[in-house]
Write a protein that binds this ligand. Structure first.
Ligand code: FAD
Ligand code: A2P
Length: 305
């Protein structure tokens, strides 16, 4: 048995160096907030912020699809230091400015009515991050996570299914595919993003996403739950879009280098499974088994929370 817990870089079967836990809770990186801007437009629901951090006190190496840990300051109700929270990194390894010295996050401020009192409760870490001022430092751990890494194959077909802040790793993927000129990754495959959000002003990174449509090999489909209706007259969820396009998605899945990435609300997983299940039943195929085959082939990638 090996204990694969040391910091630094691990080699995997795909012969790619994956940085893991270079910074730990005992010695986190002090990252400086460079930018904190609202992503939800007027009339939208809630607060989602795009945060850029200077990581040059590191370096803090990471790959597209990994997450960073944030240690919120202060203590919980039991007097213990607040626990670490994870956030998907929303930029490529080169960062938004391209110099490899920054990292971005996309954070929704958690707020919900207290089940008994009805008072609004604000999440500890998300509220802390959304309220950060430029110049303030945060304690950052990581990077972590291997589930959402892009395959090396630049000819792959990439299907991305996101709800809300689940867009974060896909922003990184799309920048790597379509915005940066990386000699080690000249993307010639195709990418299809299906994005679930409550209202039009809630379309995070809308301009960037729609701009990528200039590329013939990028396709963008929205499921705007509170503006569009599904076939049954209910809210249009991402799984309704999957059901709508399931024949085409199934055809794409028949290619060995098609990958499905799912990120965002945990609740979306069952609906997506149900949409594929309903279709494959008609083909005499058990979806659960087929999905297992995709998982074993490292072609079904899920990060939900
Ligand atoms: P907390 O103070 O920890 O409050 C959360 C708790 O509030 C819950 O555990 C639950 O007990 C309670 N609660 C929540 N909602 C309700 C409700 N409706 N009714 C009653 N009780 C409720 N978040 C992002 O914004 N962006 C990301 O990119 C992102 N990426 C993630 C990646 C990973 C791998 C994981 C695991 C999570 C990710 N998250 C992301 C979620 C993030 O880690 C935090 O969980 C989130 O920000 C809430 O943390 P908080 O400290 O603000 O809330
Ligand atoms: P709604 O809130 O209208 O029910 P955000 O994080 O910005 O709120 O976006 C999350 C999106 O995912 C919203 O459109 C939300 O719809 C939708 N959603 C909520 N629950 C589910 C679910 N179980 N499956 C798929 N989508 C969901």
């Amino acid at each position: 048995m090996t204990t694969a817990t040391h910091s630094s870089v691990t080699e995997t079967a795909v012969k790619r160096a994956i940085p893991m836990n270079v910074f730990r809770q005992s010695a986190p990186l002090r990252a400086v907030c460079l930018e904190n801007r609202e992503l939800v437009g007027p009339g939208g629901i809630g607060t989602v912020r795009h945060l850029v951090f200077d990581t040059s006190a590191g370096p803090y190496p990471f790959l597209e699809g990994q997450s960073a840990g944030i240690l919120p300051p202060g203590r919980d109700a039991n007097g213990k230091p607040h626990k670490l929270r994870l956030y998907s990194i929303a930029s490529t390894r080169h960062g938004d400015t391209g110099d490899g010295k920054t990292l971005s996050l996309c954070v929704r401020r958690l707020e919900y009515p207290h089940p008994e009192t009805g008072e609004t409760v604000y999440g500890v870490c998300s509220t802390y991050l959304c309220g950060l001022k430029v110049g303030e430092e945060v304690s950052m751990t990581g990077p972590t996570g291997k589930a959402m890494l892009l395959p090396d194959d630049p000819t792959a077909t990439i299907i991305m299914l996101a709800t809300g802040t689940g867009i974060a790793p896909f922003r990184a993927h799309l920048w790597r595919m379509f915005r940066e000129n990386n000699p080690d990754y000249e993307f010639r495959g195709s990418a299809w993003l299906i994005f679930g959000i409550p209202t039009t002003p809630n379309i995070l990174y809308r301009e960037e996403l729609e701009d990528f449509q200039r590329h013939a090999n990028f396709r963008l489909t929205y499921a705007i739950s509170r503006e569009q209706k599904n076939a049954k007259g209910g809210r249009m969820y991402i799984q309704d879009r999957v059901a709508e396009h399931v024949g085409e998605l199934w055809e794409l899945l028949q290619r060995d280098n098609t990958h499905v990435f799912i990120c965002g609300l945990r609740g979306m997983e069952d609906g997506i499974d149900a949409a594929f299940e309903a279709y494959t039943a008609g083909l005499g195929i058990r979806w659960a088994e087929y999905r297992e085959h995709l998982e074993k082939s490292h072609r079904w990638h899920v990060e939900t929370y």
